[in-house]
Design a protein around this ligand. Sequence first.
Ligand code: TIU
Length: 223
Amino acid sequence: MNSVLSIDAEPYAFELVPEKCALLIIDMQRDFLEPGGFGEMLGNDVSQLRRTIEPNKALLAAFRKAGMTVMHTREGHRPDLSDLPPAKKVRGHGATTIGDIGPMGRILIRGEPGQDIIDELYPLPGEPIIDKPGKGAFFATDLHAILQNKGITQLVVTGVTTEVCVNTTVREANDRGFECLIPDDCVGSYFPIFQEMGLKMIKAQGGIFGWVTSSPKIIAALS
Ligand code: TIU
């Protein structure tokens, strides 16, 4: 029988089954997090995201040590932009948009340095990387198929940004029957109010989309 680890969480304890639970790290990409990247070029305060790096490192190490499933996502598009909706390309009316040359290569294009995952959290061989064209990790990807084939029914979701790609992915996962646990110190937003509200939206109404905890509680349970 599978063991169950009870994790203190809001709105109530999360019953984590290690064999059925994966860590899904969303979009910890250089262009979103590194000083001098596209995120900072747009005027964002990357320190709001960078505070999640160390907690994610510790949580990732704990999942790897426990032999549990770890998966990573990257937001990005094909170099020919054939999977980039015109509406996404022009959104914001910026001078520099997706596909243009940015500070670390073409912005959000697969294979470019800025689109890749930061060194601190770089995937190990065998850890699936999901390249996603949307904000949610399920849209137009093979994430659902891979999770089903691995027998995964629970997700610990971390990464950036809390209110955009993390929230969208948690909602997609919830609708597909996955139970989602979000450690608040491992998700980040450029905007403190969105960080707070993005987490509140998940755990409100009896955990309408999922549960919120902090990474030390997960790590303690796994060790
Ligand atoms: N990964 C992710 O959240 N992509 C974004 O575009 N986020 C913003 O907050 N802009």
